[in-house]
Design a protein around this ligand. Structure first.
Ligand SMILES: [Zn+2]
Length: 118
């Protein structure tokens, strides 16, 4: 059996009517009211719930094994691994984040006076 990460995404949406000279101004008015918490979306604005199961190496759409392009981008925070699904043709990226898991193979150096177990 595989361990799966099941992601639940809930989408909230509300239409706010304002009077303005342009769409840009209307957006700015609502943006400001939203930033100042005059507009706060809540459970009544819920319009969609998506639940998807993800596992590395498996296409999130069809469940087939994916193929990696090899054009990986790895940095200090983790990495991005581009992939393609040979079954359904979808492209995507797997995202990995770096996680500290402990120090290994600790050896005493010349300047070190500490004792690290046996
Ligand atoms: Zn697929």
């Amino acid at each position: 059996m595989k361990k799966w990460d099941v992601i639940i995404i809930e989408t909230l949406s509300r239409i706010v009517s304002v009077e303005a000279e342009s769409g840009e101004e209307a957006k700015e008015i609502v943006d400001t009211r939203y930033e100042q918490c005059e507009i706060m979306l809540n459970a009544d604005d819920h319009i969609l719930t998506e639940i998807t199961a993800e596992h590395e190496g498996i296409c999130p759409l069809c469940g087939a094994e994916i193929t990696y392009s090899g054009n990986n981008i790895i940095d200090n925070n983790g990495g991005i691994f581009p992939w393609e699904c040979p079954a359904c043709g979808v492209h995507g990226n797997e995202s990995y984040s770096r996680k500290f898991s402990g120090h290994l193979y600790i050896k005493k150096g010349k300047k070190c006076t500490h004792v690290y177990g046996s």
